[in-house]
Design a protein around this ligand. Structure first.
Ligand code: FAD
Length: 414
């Protein structure tokens, strides 16, 4: 494809980098500009709360591509630069240093940022958040010094930071306002399994407990809880979720509602402007609804899908939601999307931390999470996608291969 067109991507992280790579793979030979507010070239965030945070792997392990990749593929990197203004009708973007970029197609891959606490003491030194590699470096330096940490919030980031801090030998207290960790995603029953995993590893798990204030002289020294206790600490980590970075899109008049709204081709309300990754609230053909996913696999796959649509290939994005987490020796993968009202069915042995949890709605599997059980994602996703009416007795029986329950293309349902 020989063209003098310019495609601009805002957000030089996983979704943006994979989109740029795909444009070249698909033969686009126009100008590709990748604008990123961070000084680093695109990197992956999952290691930042796991092996990278613990100091087990170095910086070179986190990058999406090696340093030479961008020049080799003629991808113009604008790092440490923020896109400030988008003129959607004039098809022009202005960066913080005044550079103006005219584009033919634009991809917004601006991701998400941590929600911040606004309580007394929130600005004290030692009250930390984790999103960037610099955040992870700062946190790792704290882990190196040892001591006691209070983790506020037992979502995925909080749970993984707690696990890494315990693995590094720190005294760890987790404060979680809900009844169990990860309750919003996993519900009470499966969340309780994760609570026990952390307790078994020596975490002081304080559920149904919020945080009222951080206290200390310049640096946080203690955390005051909603039930009136004071917990001494050397530092605190706040993991209370993220919010999509929509400001640029909103200022430009694009439709925004819990993310940048996109159709199943990842196109925003303005033709020629696309969005992908954590920032995109995308119409999903399987669910018949919009869904915004804050996970690695979504950024990895939506970036390329958006790139193909920018090239006019008209490819609907229909992958099922998927994510993974590692805490201590417990690894998991989760596929699909469950609601709090969905029933849970367990297969295997939760006490041995080797099981699959299925979420069932109207006799069909809507989500599945395999914990220390591997090579089952395909079968789980097939059960969900094919909306197989399941025999629960067989589904719960680890001796019945999942492949027998999930129809393969052209095959029949066992
Ligand atoms: C510590 C941590 C651990 C994680 N672990 C897991 C895990 O185990 N499993 C899993 O599935 N997911 C995990 N995730 C989530 C996963 O990393 C995200 O889903 C993924 O990073 C989303 O990628 P993205 O490219 O959409 O956005 P982001 O990674 O958020 O990147 C967006 C980029 O855009 C830049 N940007 C924003 N606005 C502008 C602008 N106006 N101009 C220029 N640049 C801009 C930002 O600076 C940022 O670099 C983890 C996330 C974190 C933080």
């Amino acid at each position: 494809m020989t063209t003098d067109q310019t495609f601009v991507i805002v957000g030089a992280s996983l979704a943006g980098a994979k989109a740029a790579e795909t444009l070249r793979q698909e033969g686009f030979d126009g100008r590709v500009v990748l604008v990123g507010a961070e000084d680093e070239r695109p990197y992956e965030r999952p290691p930042l709360s796991k092996d990278y945070l613990r100091g087990e792997v170095g910086r070179e392990k986190v990058y999406v591509h090696d340093e030479a990749f961008y020049a080799e593929h003629d991808i113009e990197l604008r790092l440490g630069r923020t896109a400030e203004t988008l003129d959607a009708s004039g098809r022009e973007l202005e960066l913080d240093d005044g550079e103006r970029l005219r584009y033919d197609r634009l991809l917004l891959a601006t991701g998400a940022e941590p929600r911040r606490l606004s309580i007394p003491g929130a600005e004290l030194d030692g009250v930390l958040y984790l999103r960037s590699v610099q955040d992870s470096d700062g946190l790792r330096a704290r882990l190196d010094r040892g001591g006691a940490v209070v983790v506020v919030g037992a979502g995925w980031i909080g749970a993984e930071v707690a696990a890494s801090a315990r693995q590094r030998g720190l005294e760890v207290t987790v404060l979680e306002p809900l009844a169990v960790p990860l309750e919003r995603v996993l519900g009470g029953e499966v969340g309780a399994i994760y609570r026990d995993i952390h307790i078994d590893h020596g975490v002081h798990m304080q559920v149904a407990t919020g945080v009222e204030a951080f206290e200390g002289d310049k640096t946080v020294e203690r955390v005051r809880t909603s039930d009136g206790r004071e917990l001494e600490c050397d530092f605190a980590v706040v993991g209370i979720g993220v919010q999509p970075r929509t400001a640029l899109a909103a200022r430009a008049g694009l439709a925004v509602d819990n993310g940048v709204l996109v159709d199943e081709h990842l196109q925003t309300s303005v033709p020629g402007v696309f969005a992908a990754g954590d920032v995109a609230n995308a119409q999903h053909p399987f669910y018949g609804d919009r869904i915004r996913i804050e996970h690695w696999a979504n950024a990895l796959n939506q970036g390329p899908a958006a790139a193909r649509n920018m090239l006019g290939r008209s490819a609907a994005y229909e992958r099922l939601p998927y994510f993974f987490s590692d805490q201590y020796e417990v690894g998991m993968e989760y596929s699909g999307f469950a609601r709090a009202s969905d029933r849970v069915l367990l297969r295997g042995d939760p006490a041995a931390r080797e099981f699959i949890a299925f979420w069932i709605s109207e006799d069909r599997v809507v989500a599945g999470m395999n914990v220390n059980v591997w090579d089952v994602t395909e079968a789980i996703q097939r059960l969900i996608r094919e909306r197989v009416e399941v025999d629960e007795r067989r589904l719960a029986d680890p001796d019945v291969p999942l492949e027998e329950l999930a129809p393969v293309e052209g095959g029949s349902v066992a």
